[in-house]
Design a binder for this molecule. Structure first.
Ligand SMILES: Nc1ncnc2c1ncn2[C@@H]1O[C@H](COP(=O)(O)OP(=O)(O)OP(=O)(O)O)[C@@H](O)[C@H]1O
Ligand SMILES: [Mg+2]
Length: 603
């Protein structure tokens, strides 16, 4: 059986400025080819259309020259024919431009869709801590700005790059043929805007990066604030948070403002250069016309080209900036797409079907990212159908052990066997379908109660949903709600109490009917009476299933077949309640403490 080689730990390459570390050209080239190659036919069409419009644009000043020169012999048939040619050229050019815009916008929409789809797919398949502590708001902001920036850069390049290059080349050839002295004057000025643009682009790219990381941070924080709005209110922190938000926005705006003023100065210098070039061309051209070296038509055509040549030069220098800005945006998208997926399915992984439920932790050790070891040498064998309680101080590593069991992370050392087989040989999705989980905070979705309970088994009938709700003692409060099972629970289940949320989460796990069950403080938010009722339901539920119970209260522990005491990331003792109480180890001390507390209260 093929088991993945030691999975390398995931690293989410993010620099302090929020950009991925490996902004290598290969990463960008990979991202570009992934998104742009599928549209190569349409892109080729744009290129052909763009070349045609450039030819038409270049012919315009030439037609002016021919029209003016033809007037020497009066308003003849030739003049009329040339005017018709001009009209056809102009109308065709506009038509082609509209077609290009339409095609570009089609690709834009498709690109936008592809990028959103791929980043969204990726976010669902990455390990749970993939974004290295970044909030979901920050990730969303990164996606939103990254996708919009990439698409914008693509349209600018598609609309301007080829037409600009073609126009520049063609007009230079025609100008040299018309009058090379004048051409030299004009071309002497042409590199100035290009050099200025290249000089300014370094600052622009740094600014773009700084802005991206600022906005990612601002929206990351806002997202956290909105999710924890009740904490903000109870600590009376609204004004602080408003101030923090606005100061972030001011900070970002100040960067943008400084950049704009610099851009304005650079642009003004570029425009002044062009104006000087034009004046020089008029002066020299005027002299040549006065000396009858060139016709008035030639001067007119020339002035047309002078105006026309600088726009592509500008566009090309702008293009350099656009490409670099676009690469920053594409980096942001790549940082999600290229994050290493250390817990992906191994090659040759198979479906985990009908597991019996034997679970063995074999010398498992684990650390979150590069942090300290949270689990060390955990060894625990659980037989199918057995209920094991994990007990230990807060932070001992109980929930982490259960996260490994769901393969949300891979162990750094050792392995976890399910029915005697390394769990990495199973496909993740099929593996998780074999494990029912009720967590401390019972996360629900802003959906109806019915859909929340049926989350793990969407095809469940209403009778089955109600049965699960009854077993979890949730039915009583559900029917009292205005819309019963069709009541929406609000964002994260916020319209329900903590205990109600937990009971819905228990019903959800009951309905999933998986051979392995993890109850991580599943009843911590219930009062003693409800807890007794729910425990009764849980006892029924755990029959015949391998169950891991994490609980602090002694009452929840005594019913377990076996108890494993976790301390400092390892299991220091394991056995039945009786055995552990007799051995006078840490577990018995914990129980003694609880008993003493109860006695002290009841005295
Ligand atoms: N996502 C995470 N990233 C980094 N460290 C984490 C993460 N989750 C937990 N830890 C750390 O791992 C250690 C074990 O945490 P864990 O949640 O497994 O403890 P626990 O035994 O379940 O505690 P509790 O009884 O309070 O729920 C703690 O020191 C905690 O700070
Ligand atoms: Mg925990």
């Amino acid at each position: 059986m093929k088991v993945c080689p030691d999975a390398t730990r995931l690293s989410w390459h993010v620099r302090r400025d929020g950009m991925p570390q490996s902004s290598s050209h290969s990463v960008l080239a990979r991202a570009a080819s992934r998104f742009f190659l599928p549209h190569r036919r349409r892109i080729a069409l744009i290129l052909v259309l763009a070349l045609s419009t450039s030819v038409l644009a270049v012919s315009e000043p030439l037609l002016y020259k021919l029209i003016v020169d033809s007037l020497g012999s009066g308003f003849s048939g030739i003049t009329i024919a040339l005017l018709v040619c001009l009209a056809v050229a102009l109308v065709t050019r506009e038509g082609l431009a509209a077609l290009i815009e339409f095609t570009v916008s089609k690709i834009r929409i498709a690109l936008n869709f592809d990028m959103l789809k791929e980043t969204n797919d990726r976010l669902h398949s990455l390990p749970v801590d993939h974004h290295g502590g970044e909030s979901s708001g920050a990730v969303l902001s990164r996606i939103e700005r990254g996708v919009a920036g990439s698409v914008q850069a693509f349209s600018e390049i598609a609309l301007h790059l080829v037409p600009s290059l073609a126009y520049l080349a063609l007009s230079a050839i025609i100008m040299v043929r018309l009058e090379w002295h004048l051409t030299l004057v004009v071309l002497a000025f042409a590199p100035v805007p290009a050099l200025l643009g290249a000089w300014a682009s370094h600052e622009q790219i740094d600014r773009e990066r700084a802005l991206m990381s600022r906005w990612v941070r601002i929206f990351g924080r806002l997202n956290e604030v909105l999710s924890g709005i009740t904490v903000i209110r109870s600590f009376v922190k609204e004004e602080d948070e408003k101030r923090r938000f606005l100061s972030g926005v001011h900070d970002a705006n100040a960067i943008a403002r400084r950049g704009f003023s610099r851009d304005a100065r650079v642009n003004a210098t570029k425009n002044a250069t062009m104006a000087v070039a034009r004046v020089c061309a008029v002066a020299l051209g005027g002299c040549l016309v006065a000396r009858h070296d060139i016709s008035l038509g030639t001067l007119l055509a020339f002035l047309g080209y002078v105006g026309g040549v600088f726009a592509p030069v500008q566009a090309l220098t702008g293009m350099y900036q656009t490409v670099r800005k676009g690469s920053v945006a594409l980096e942001a998208v790549s940082s999600i797409l290229d994050a290493q997926d250390s817990v992906g399915d191994c090659p040759g992984a198979r479906d985990a079907e009908h597991l019996r439920g034997d679970v063995t932790f074999e010398n498992v050790s684990f650390a979150y990212r590069k942090g300290p070891k949270v689990l060390r040498d955990v060894h625990l064998r659980v037989r199918a159908g057995e209920t094991v309680a994990l007990v230990g101080r807060s932070g001992a590593g109980k929930s982490t052990l259960m996260a490994l069991l769901q393969r949300l992370y891979d162990p750094d050392g050792g392995r976890i066997l399910l029915d005697g087989v390394d769990m990495r040989s199973y496909k993740q999705k099929s593996l998780r379908s074999q494990i029912g989980v009720v967590m401390q905070d019972g996360v629900l979705f802003d959906d109806t109660i019915r859909d929340n309970i049926a989350f793990g088994r969407p095809g469940a009938s209403f009778e089955e949903i109600e049965e699960a709700a009854r077993a979890a003692h949730a039915h009583e409060f559900i029917v009292k709600l205005p819309q019963g099972y069709d009541t929406r629970v609000g964002y994260g289940g916020s319209l329900l109490s903590g205990g109600e949320r937990q009971r819905i989460a228990i019903a959800r796990a009951l309905l999933k009917d998986a051979p392995i069950l993890v109850l991580d403080e599943a009843t911590s938010a219930l009062d003693a009476e409800s807890e007794d009722l729910v425990r009764e339901a849980l006892e029924r539920l755990t029959k015949g299933r391998t169950t891991f119970v994490i609980a602090h209260r002694a009452s929840a522990l005594v019913q377990a077949d076996r108890i494993a005491f976790v301390e400092g990331g390892t299991i220091v003792e394991a056995g039945t309640h009786r055995e552990l109480v007799r051995s006078r180890g840490p577990y018995s001390k914990l129980i003694d403490r609880q008993v003493r507390t109860l006695e002290a209260v009841s005295v």
